[in-house]
Design a protein. Structure first.
Ligand code: GLA
Length: 351
């Protein structure tokens, strides 16, 4: 049987709660109206004329509108990290996780999620791939599968936030996610505000710096136990000032997410914005994931009439800032590109 498949996943922006997911903390991202779409044909047979191969050979044969080299994979996949071209590793990672249940496809990929900007273009590609390859698990299980795929494809020990919000997003809602229990609470965004994402610089060195932060949080947890349960005073027993600072960011950021959700629910956008600035400063000073360009963009946003809050968003070391402002505010482009974004539903099959 063959049929047309259209699988689409949004990217995401995180409003508050960064570098908390991989210690089971709290995050408040939203899926955004920028998408990666796979349009494909279900291709169970590579060569319909070659009857000997009919049952045995499944292939993924896809081109991307944004990449020069076509991806041709024969299933099953054993080592996704070795796949060429490199952009195909995310697809190979998902196919490897799906194992025998992955179907062969032939098709094209398009996306308006900028690559290397920190808006989860990779999570979106993974989720669209899982749907296109026939994954029938729940949206939460699909996110977990895609996270494992990313680990296998890139070696970067990412948390669950990106895959989960891209999978379970709700129209017009930010998603409060407890990354330990995986409980998900949509929080409605108030009327009269806008969310603007600005790409300040493309990211560099994300993989190794990110892995270092994960290791530093593990080092802190070896001393004080799970950071998601820790209180600020408990961190005094950490001797290493760098490890203590990393832990201080995580513990304070979890509390800021709780407070930010309370602000959003009561319509206190000034309070929400203040927490965004505090989050940015904590990522800058204690977690060292900001850059000078991102710091000045946040300061410039803060000086703009009608802006409630701004902060770097996502993994950091470059990438985007997110700004929340009154809907009537005029927001200048402070970096390379600027997009107003809307909160949208998670990944789905459109056909
Ligand atoms: C990247 C990772 C996420 C999360 C953020 C920082 O986007 O993929 O799991 O850790 O960085 O909040």
């Amino acid at each position: 049987m063959s049929g047309q498949i259209v699988a689409r996943s949004p990217g995401r922006v995180n409003l508050i709660g960064d570098h908390t997911d991989y210690t089971g903390g709290l995050v408040l991202p939203m899926a955004i109206d920028r998408y990666t779409t796979i349009t494909a044909t279900d291709q169970q047979q590579v060569d319909k004329h070659d009857t000997a191969d009919r049952e045995s050979k499944r292939v993924i044969d896809v081109t991307s509108a944004h990449e020069p080299d076509r991806l041709l994979l024969t299933l099953p996949i054993s080592d996704p990290a070795a796949v060429q071209p490199a952009w195909g590793r995310y697809i190979a990672g998902v196919a490897a996780q799906l194992g025998d249940t992955a179907r062969g496809i032939s098709g094209t990929i398009t996306s308006d999620i900028p690559i290397g900007a920190g808006l989860s273009s990779s999570a979106a590609l993974e989720l669209a791939t899982a749907l296109a390859l026939g994954d029938t698990s729940s949206p939460v299980q699909r996110a977990q599968l895609c996270r494992r795929a990313e680990h296998a494809a890139t070696g970067v020990p990412c948390g669950i936030m990106d895959q989960l919000v891209c999978s379970v997003g709700v129209d017009n809602h930010a998603m409060l996610i407890d990354c330990n229990s995986l409980s998900i609470n949509p929080v409605q965004l108030p009327d009269g505000i806008k969310v603007v994402v600005q790409l300040i610089t493309r990211r560099t060195l994300l993989g190794s710096e990110y892995s270092a932060r994960v290791a530093q949080c593990q080092a802190a947890e070896a001393i004080v136990g799970p950071l998601r349960l820790a209180h600020p005073a408990m961190l005094d027993i950490i001797d290493d000032p760098t490890i203590q600072a990393r832990a201080r960011h995580v513990v304070s950021e979890n509390q800021r997410v709780r407070d930010a959700v309370a602000c959003l629910r009561s319509g206190d956008m000034v309070g929400f914005g203040t927490l965004m600035y505090e989050s940015h400063n904590s990522l800058r000073d204690d977690f060292a994931t900001s850059t000078a360009q991102m710091d000045s963009a946040v300061s410039a946003a803060r000086a703009t009439p009608g802006v409630f809050g701004a902060r770097m968003t996502g993994g950091g070391f470059g990438g985007c800032i997110v700004i929340i402002a009154d809907a009537t505010a005029h927001i200048h482009n402070l970096g390379i590109e600027s997009w107003p974004v809307r909160a949208v539903a998670g990944a789905q099959l459109l056909n």
